[in-house]
Design a protein around this ligand. Sequence first.
Ligand code: C2O
Length: 563
Amino acid sequence: MASLPLPLPTISSHSHLTLRRKLTGKPPHIPSGVTCNAENVEKTPQHPKLDRRNLLLNIGGLYGATNLITTPPPASATPISSPDLSTCSQGTNLNTQQPLDVNCCPPFSDKIIDYKLPHTSHHHRRLRPAAHLASKEYIAKYERATALMKALPDDDPRNFMQQANVHCAYCNLTYDQTGDESEKLQIHNCWHFFPWHRWYLYFYERILGKLIDDPTFAIPYWNWDNPDGMAIPAMFVKENSPLYDERRNQTHLPPTPADLLYSSTSKTDPNIIIPTNLTEMYGEMVRNVSNIEDFYGAKYVVGTAPDPGPGTVERGSHTALHAWVGDPRSPAGEDMGNFYSTARDPIFYSLHANVDRLWSVWRGLRGHRPKEFEDEDWLEASFVFYDENAQLVRVRVKDTLEDEKMGFSYQKVDLPWLDKRPKARVRRSRIASKAVGVSNVFPVKLDKVVRVLVERPKRKKGEEELLVIEGIEVDTSKFVRFEVFVNDEDDEPGEVKERAEYAGGYSQVPHKNSTKVKSKIRLGLRELLEDLDVEDDDKILVTLVPRAGGEDITIGGVKIIYV
Ligand code: C2O
């Protein structure tokens, strides 16, 4: 089994990026999916305020075409900045216009300090253990810290429920974007997914450490990408423990391994689940990631409508785990299965510690290739959190890029998915004979399997080829999932396990409020086309298979781009 030493990320100097933009009134709307980086321009205008239906119809008719109508991207945008807590609103169900029945606004404070990473001496380093390997003593300590956190006064921002509400507030459209009150703040399904959660865990961990007076205390990670750690870790299923939550799917308790492609029908056979999970992890970490954006998610700045597009891990294993742990007996999949309630389950923090660890692992796998955006709109974005002293602090994305500096590291384990490149069952599959029942009308509803022939406008040297599924419209209050296969022989591809034709999937964790969003995903094709031996073909057959909530998914278009 492969295990990699993780070289420390090199941080380029961004001091030239310290230019601060003053917000003068309402900034222009920035088309999402358009970056300022010239090498990385996608030519699909996605004006958040524009009804894209006509445009998407065009894409549907021209699948593969890249000469779409373009509006020149603005030279600069404004990074997302920390919300004004005084504007936190209970939130509205945008379908019914009724207020939400949950209020997750944090206590108000108008004293905000710009956070500086403390100097961590060697003795104060926090080593985050794999939950399934944690010692009795460690578990006792974690239980004690969590109990203390739950016992804090209700209005203490460090109280467990207040901490859970931090997630709710940032994820349930309760804040306006600072600088554009017509758009809401949402840190999921975009390029802030990794850095925002890193900061969230960072303060959660420091609060716990402070409560037990242990500056080395580190939260455990749920090692669900490794067969040894795939079940819910034992420390979370002990009734009467402060780490226990009864609102979980009772058929998914240990020893059942987590299903990283969960789609609301439970698989139970570990001989299917485990290899399928490893295929999925290989896809999320290696195969489907040609480009930084594929991993991190799409650009999101002031003026961008929420949910422009999630990265591989966010929309894949991460979302599946939320839905897989959540309790089908509760009305909205509580706790883990819904954004507003998910952080009320202590396992949330371990799920996300592993997401965070995978971010570091991925950076290590990149070698000399870029590990992060150099875009100031990403680096300078800021959020606010209450720290371990109940002080409101402003933090920036650019400070999350070195685990070392943030003072934590992860217990090393094997990466069993790293050598799981799937093998093609049929080389040179004959897609022409399969080109019956092919759809070319978009938008199309995914209430059935949809197959589409997509042209490859020929790759140029040195460019990565990406399959883009765009204009994905879903109802955000529903759990949805679909999978994408390329040149698959079957009319309705079933298994993902070790399947070279599997190109990736899309799924999303329900929000409490229901809105329609338009999102997109990008799937790296290089390895897949090599494996199927169809690199020279001028078309590929793409099959979109709904797995959950298909009647609530609409696809705007499918095309190939080169970046
Ligand atoms: Cu902020 Cu896993 O969700």
